[in-house]
Design a protein around this ligand. Structure first.
Ligand code: AMP
Length: 259
């Protein structure tokens, strides 16, 4: 089993920040993108893939949520630009943040994309423009994607998953009121923190997020399909089963794994 100790400081803080304990190098460097509607299970699969492949889950949503927390803290708030304030407001309404801002944040963290531990991008790219920027960043660093995993789930299932999702306000652990409830209602099993509903999981935001997703996903799928990098996985199943499906498909793409 690969190391899971990486705290992702390099990704969350950007700039010169270094991950505190990246752990041992994995046997193979995996570089994957996870696509899928909000609630398709990208975050859950990213963690499962991390524990098996050793690659680091890198979520652009986490970057915006970290900035949103900084916005509520007067000491850190002054460091945020007006552009970032606007981006956070968009996130809270469930809208997509402008390509320019997202691409800038990712470009500033290009070191994470070159890291020998590899990466599992979660929530980026979401548009063809972002996908082209990612290709440019990778090309400049002479690294290539192993695959783009598309977790396919229908709209009704997505709404059921999102509306029941609860997140620990302290450690970020994820629960679901129906599919994986905590032992005590509204209390985190891991740290006893309060479980809350993400602002963008509220019904009004979910509708906007799904609309934004549906508008941008088909061109993105085609972009990766045409370049033979798209790996479609039926994700309407329990996380462990979906994980096996993902592993089966990505291992099948890599010639050295076949021997
Ligand atoms: P996620 O956690 O991936 O669902 O992202 C949460 C929110 O962050 C999204 O609804 C967007 O507002 C914003 N966001 C994250 N990644 C991107 C992206 N690649 N492009 C545009 N907006 C993004």
């Amino acid at each position: 089993m690969a190391s899971t100790s990486n705290d992702r400081r390099g990704w969350i803080l950007g700039g010169d920040a270094q991950c505190e304990d990246p752990g041992a190098l994995p046997r193979r460097t995996w570089r994957l993108v996870l696509m899928g509607a909000p609630g398709a299970g990208k975050g859950t699969q990213a963690k499962l893939l991390q524990s098996t492949l050793g690659a680091c889950p890198l979520s652009t949503g986490d970057l915006f949520r970290a900035c949103a927390c900084a916005m509520d803290d007067p000491a850190q708030c002054a460091c945020l630009s007006n552009t970032m304030f606007e981006a956070i407001e968009k996130m809270r309404r469930g809208e997509l943040v402008n390509d320019e801002i997202v691409c800038q944040l990712v470009s500033e963290r290009a070191g994470c994309l070159q890291c020998a531990h590899g990466f599992i991008l979660d929530g980026f790219p979401r548009t063809v423009h972002q996908a082209r920027v990612l290709d440019d960043i990778l090309k400049d660093r002479d690294v290539a994607l192993d695959g783009v995993v598309d977790l396919v789930v229908n709209r009704d299932e997505v709404i059921r998953r999102l509306s029941g999702r609860r997140i620990c306000s302290q450690c970020g652990a994820s629960f679901h009121v129906e599919f994986s409830p905590p032992k005590t209602k509204d209390v985190c099993d891991n740290c006893q923190g309060e479980l809350i509903q993400r602002q963008d999981d509220q019904p009004e935001s979910v509708a906007v997020r799904l609309e934004a997703y549906e508008e941008s996903v088909e061109p993105l799928r085609n972009f990766y399909r045409e370049t033979n990098r798209l790996v479609e996985v039926d994700a309407a199943a329990a996380p462990g089963e979906v994980f096996l499906r993902v592993m089966d498909k990505i291992l099948g793409r890599v010639p050295e794994m076949a021997s």
